[in-house]
Design a protein around this ligand. Structure first.
Ligand code: GSH
Length: 218
């Protein structure tokens, strides 16, 4: 089996630490018990070799033998194909997992990302732009609250779809956006109390803290 190499930034500011998307990939790798190595690329100076792997100059990407993959969703789908722990092989269950992967990214994160960016930049204000984005997210969360009633995970058992959905909702929770959605909040709590998530997050934070120490030494 080929070596898995996950690439993230060498350093990021304090605010996004714990939320940089390599955490999704670390989490999946930890759940599956797949060995991997983490490499870094400069945050400040993104060269052609970075863009050769990630055409938007972002992170993460994953190298699996002669395959290099960007987009956290594509990476998690790829890992799901490698490990049954992450995605069932039975066709109906696999299809269900895949639809929830896309729902996390294309229905929920599509609303949570602009909302999070406005919160992050303190641009919420009273304007119609914020009201529209907030309303868009609230509609999605109301549906998520119904979806999560009576279920522990999105499908019959924990899967890569839960890693994506919980990570998407976690960012909303960071800005207290789940206060009116107790089932969404409990779901995030269940997912993030898994040892694989705790390790993934701690490892990411340690990675950036090591960069701080190196900067202060140099
Ligand atoms: N859709 C991409 C988004 C990746 C993304 O937003 N990466 C952030 C870190 S979490 C990044 O590289 N930000 C720096 C930038 O956009 O310049 C994915 O899910 O992999």
């Amino acid at each position: 089996m080929s070596e898995l190499i996950l690439t993230t930034f060498d350093w990021v500011p304090e605010m996004p630490r714990g939320f940089v998307r390599d955490v999704r990939v670390r989490w999946a790798l930890e759940e599956a018990g797949l060995p991997y190595r983490v490499e870094s690329v400069p945050f400040r100076d993104r060269g052609p070799s970075h863009f050769a792997h990630q055409p938007f100059g972002q992170v993460p990407w994953l190298i699996d033998g002669d395959v290099s993959l960007f987009e956290s969703g594509a990476i998690l789908l790829h890992l799901g194909h490698r490990s049954e722990v992450l995605m069932p092989v039975e066709p109906r269950a696999r299809a269900e997992t895949m639809e929830w992967i896309f729902a996390a990214l294309n229905s929920v994160e599509m609303a949570s990302l602009p909302w999070g960016l406005l919160k992050f930049s303190d641009a919420t204000g009273d304007g119609p732009g914020w009201a529209f984005i907030d309303g868009f997210l609230q509609a999605r969360l109301r549906h998520m609250e119904t979806i999560l009633a009576g279920r522990e995970w999105l499908t019959d058992r924990f899967s890569v779809a839960d890693i994506l959905m919980a990570d998407v909702l976690r960012l909303v929770d960071r800005f207290d956006g789940l206060a009116s959605y107790p089932l969404c909040r409990a779901y995030v709590g269940r997912a993030t109390s898994r040892p694989a998530f705790e390790k993934a997050r701690a490892d990411q934070i340690a990675h950036f803290a090591a960069a701080d120490r190196k900067i202060s030494r140099d």
